[in-house]
Ligand binder design. Sequence first.
Ligand code: CP3
Length: 350
Amino acid sequence: MKANDRLLRALKREPLDRPPLWLMRQAGRYLPEYRALRKEAKSFMTLCQTPDLAAEVSLQPLRRFDLDAAILFSDILTLPDAMGLGLSFKEGEGPQFAKTIRTLADVQALPVPDPEQKLKYVMQAVQLIQKELAGSLPLIGFAGSPWTVACYMIEGQGHKNFISARQMAYQAPEVLQALLDKLVEATHLYLSAQIAAGVDVVMLFDSWGGWLSPEHYQQFSLAAMNRIIALLKSDPLTAATPIILFSKGAGAFLESMSLSGADALGVDWTQSLSAARVRVGDRVCLQGNLDPALLLSSPEKVQAAMYALLDDWGPHPGLIANLGHGIEQTTPIENVSALVEALKSYSFTP
Ligand code: CP3
């Protein structure tokens, strides 16, 4: 039981006084207190790997804004780091791996890490966050989708279109498939460990799924996520934990995503939420979908956009208000406050 259980009830599509709201990347560089701690810690990886600091960063946005969920502060790339790829973040340059994966031999040499050992710092952060939250709010844990994590492992770093990973899908699909199979196993263990440590909801971030052709999306992105969901839902220890699936830029595939077994789908701002709901019926909740660029405008515009989203959605259950992707680092704090206030001041009575 949580004092504020809007998110958990929305995930069951129960009627609510108002939809829950949280923000992708709600902890991060737009917050001065994050920047201060990041400077003190020297590196982003130190923040992630020091449970006290990761817990503190997770809680920072909740002290400022009346949000309806906490999200674990970590990164989708800690898993490939635990598989021995050697992750670092250079200031202003994004992620960098010491090793890349290109051949079947590379894939076969990859270990499937025991998360209780190699990612113990994540489980410790989860426990610390839950202690601090003391039942006030649900905590969301997460992992990257196998396809999205594979993109970084193949490229070795961030990339504007992950051309090497997409090339592999055509040129060496058996290597890509072997990598995805390993990531399905590793991600399932990782999310199971997060659930055992105490997260209330898990989310799969598939940031690069929308770059694939329809056939490749099914084969390389969705199929792997489906398998993780099936594994989590078939284990009594993890079956009750709701799952949110978010493939960025994949609005064309919402119908097939809604058959994945996930409880909710993330939607980006290229789709209308009401039209998306018609397409997925009552199989899943929907999460989204304001453009993060909106939060770079003004409090008035933010309020109008939140009202428009709620008007468009109407009096249906199953909405989780959020952005359609992560918050931008130049976002003014007052616009985030305006977003939260807009949701609270909206008149939900017909
Ligand atoms: O939502 C949250 O508040 C939880 C924290 C979180 C981070 N990364 C922290 C972070 C989450 C959920 C992620 C997920 C993540 N990480 C994704 C999927 C979501 C998405 O945005 O598409 C991806 C693709 C990554 C990989 C990653 N991490 C990149 C490409 C970068 C560099 C680009 C950037 O934004 O700086 C990161 C770094 C990162 N992860 C930061 C934060 C707060 C910034 C690091 C810093 O302080 O310099």
